[in-house]
Design a protein around this ligand. Structure first.
Ligand SMILES: Nc1ncnc2c1ncn2[C@@H]1O[C@H](COP(=O)(O)OP(=O)(O)OP(=O)(O)O)[C@@H](O)[C@H]1O
Length: 456
């Protein structure tokens, strides 16, 4: 039975909603203030949170952000008075799943809950007669390389082995980590992802292991670290190579001894978590260069999964193109049916150094720009149509004797070139319009296009 947490200071509304949800086969729990709501959410597994926008202690926004940081994919519906609808829409942009205005129409609420909870329901994908459980928008490509990755991920999923996932940026390391979690015995427990590259160095200790109030300036309240938040579930440490040496040691101890201590606390807390780490660096090299602890590397590397770059598996580019167009259609309320053959050829030949993330962004932009039913070349940015070659991507080394003034000249020409390309694209490839925006005459624009060898 799906479980719903209701947070509202209006006791009457809470009771009515609880009864109504129970009558419709949902379990519901109520609380009248935000802090208790967050505590309950941390302790129990809720499938959805229904939260009032104005609460006496903390705002609906803070609650939503907290819930997002604890469990990214639990839907949150904001309940709001009609006058606050603009704010509710803003909250949706910031991560709320939906909003509903008061007085609440119970049937409307039920439809919304059903939609959000079933969207979250694991989708069963039949492949090779075996069942694979995936959450949300996860798809599997068709290339033999990705099929091999999925086979490895399924094999390791039900064990408690630590896994290292390697691969270029945007290739789907976090998605594979989530896939492993969803196919493990811990699937109903938290999956917590943390980007080690994004934590400021001086906060890493507290983010990972937590702290108690007053343990350092700025520690105004007790805080749980991700190790405790992920207790009994899976902790995904992204960009693991970015942790400093001292934290690496503490991490190693936590994994080996299965206990953590919060900053400023001397009590040991038992934890039961599975670690999945990801990196786009070669950690063996980092370990050799003493940048990464070798003992930690071996502890994490009980099982390794390497995700091959997208450009090495063209079959998958096709699958993901269709998938991202469908997703963008839904998101942007459009009805694009595909790509014209020339545009498809461009995407199949592009090197995709930003991998799936880059492909998704380009297609979302193209779906938005498309004027007809299909995406054509004019919907694609210049740099995708004319990609830099790999040798151009290498940093150009400036000879010692190069004078600073010519460097400056080159730099400003480069900026001018980029600005012209961007403006022409934004003007829908209409050069007269682009010249007007740039405040130059058409002839000057044509001269510059020639000078910079801009191909459009
Ligand atoms: N299997 C998949 N199915 C659907 N979409 C995917 C899949 N894998 C990746 N994506 C898309 O690509 C994006 C990037 O994936 P993800 O964040 O997992 O990459 P990453 O390798 O962890 O990136 P980084 O190196 O920057 O941390 C996701 O936001 C998602 O949109």
């Amino acid at each position: 039975m799906k479980k719903i947490l209701i947070i509202d200071d209006d006791t009457f509304i809470c009771k009515i909603l609880k009864k109504h949800l129970q009558n419709n086969n949902y379990a519901a729990e109520i609380t009248y203030n935000g802090k208790t709501g967050i505590n309950l959410f941390q302790k129990d597994n809720f499938d959805l949170v229904l939260c009032d926008f104005r609460l006496p202690d903390i705002s609906g926004l803070e609650i939503m952000q907290k819930i997002r940081s604890l469990k990214q994919d639990t839907p949150v519906i904001i309940m709001t008075a009609y006058a606050d609808v603009r704010m509710a829409v803003k909250l949706m942009k910031m991560g709320a799943s939906d909003y509903i205005t008061k007085p609440i129409q119970q049937e409307e609420l039920l439809v919304l809950i059903k939609k959000l909870v079933s969207e979250k329901e694991p989708t069963e994908v039949k492949k090779n007669d075996a069942q694979i459980y995936t959450n949300g928008d996860f798809i599997i490509g068709e290339s033999p390389k990705i099929q091999h990755v999925i086979r490895l991920a399924r094999r390791v999923a039900p064990t408690d082995m630590s896994v290292i996932i390697t691969g270029e940026t945007g290739i789907g390391k976090e998605y594979i980590a989530r896939f492993i979690h969803d196919n493990s015995n811990r699937k109903d427990k938290p999956f917590i992802a943390i980007d080690c590259g994004a934590i400021p160095k001086d906060l890493a200790n507290s983010e990972l292991f937590g702290h108690i109030k007053g343990s350092f300036t700025g520690a105004i309240a007790d805080k749980l670290g991700v190790f405790q938040k992920a207790d009994s579930g899976t902790l995904f440490l992204d960009e693991i190579g970015n942790l400093n040496y001292d934290i690496q040691l503490k991490l190693l101890r936590a994994i080996q001894e299965r206990v953590v201590t919060r900053l400023g606390d001397d009590k040991l807390k038992r934890i039961d978590i599975r670690i999945i780490a990801a990196t786009n660096e070669d950690l063996t090299l980092e370990a050799r260069g003493n940048n990464f602890r070798e003992d930690l590397y071996h502890r994490l590397n009980e099982f390794k999964i390497e995700l091959p770059p997208l450009r090495e598996r063209p079959e998958d580019i096709k699958v993901f193109m269709a998938h991202f167009i469908t997703m963008s259609n839904a998101e942007l309320n459009r009805n694009i049916t595909g790509l014209v053959p020339e545009a498809e050829a461009v995407l199949l030949n592009y090197p995709w150094h930003g991998n799936l993330r880059e492909l998704k962004n380009i297609l979302k932009r193209a779906v938005l720009m498309a004027e007809g039913e299909k995406i054509d070349i004019s919907c694609l940015p210049y740099e995708i149509i004319y990609p830099e070659s790999d040798s151009e991507r290498e940093t150009v080394s400036v000879p010692q004797e190069t004078k600073k003034d010519s460097m400056l000249k080159n730099a400003s020409s480069e900026i001018e070139k980029k600005l012209i390309i961007q403006t022409i694209q934004e003007a829908g490839y209409n050069k007269s319009k682009a010249a007007k925006i740039l405040n130059i005459d058409r002839k000057t624009l044509y001269n510059k296009i020639k000078l910079y060898d801009i191909k459009l």
